[in-house]
Write a protein that binds this ligand. Sequence first.
Ligand code: PGA
Length: 239
Amino acid sequence: MKIEIVADYEALSKRAAAIVLDRVTQRPETVLALPTGNTPIGMYKQLVQAYWEGRTDFGQVWAFALDEYAEVPAEDRHSFSSFLRHHFIDPVGLAARFDHLRGEASDLEAECKRYELSIAARGGLDLAVLGLGVNGHIAFNEPPTPFDSRTHVVDLAGSTREANASYFPDGFPIPNRGVTMGIGTILEAQEILVIASGSSKAPIVARIVTAEPTVDIPASALKGHPHVMLLLDEEAAAG
Ligand code: PGA
């Protein structure tokens, strides 16, 4: 696992965006997996700015959301697909080339199978950009998730629901379940970029770096991948 440490959140956002832009320049039909959360917002801002300045063209890119809340309709503003549309997909004109899990699907198992087939139909993921949960989760793969898991329905960990509570200031109930690409699905990406910022991530980053791969730390599965980078700011790297 390659580890790169930059000074702060702004540097992390710029570096992450530069990596995405480089891959899209090299391969315009790049297939991306995209994270939700606080960490990638700065990266999305940089990518949108690059688009508006004409430094890139996402016209042939395909984008897949990593995960979604169960039972939250796509058009609801709390959904992860709304988040991604707002911060990245719509500003760069990617709506027709964006797929996401439908949390409102009546048969979530069937929806998970559809998603796997949709990713495969695009030739698989080229670059998966991942955030990191304080419990080591990647996408919504909470501990302990098998490393060969495919897209599946999950019960969300208490720490995840707490960390995401700030997105629900209006009394909308914080969902108990989610749907997520599996660890096995993510590991099939050609390249993986994990971004982590701030002191709250320092303990889990230290555990990932020092521990043997274990299902108790989902992100430790990435140590078995040949092309993965952990991009950290100094606070996240402090441990
Ligand atoms: P965060 O979430 O970027 O808001 O810290 C990361 C995650 O839980 O995957």
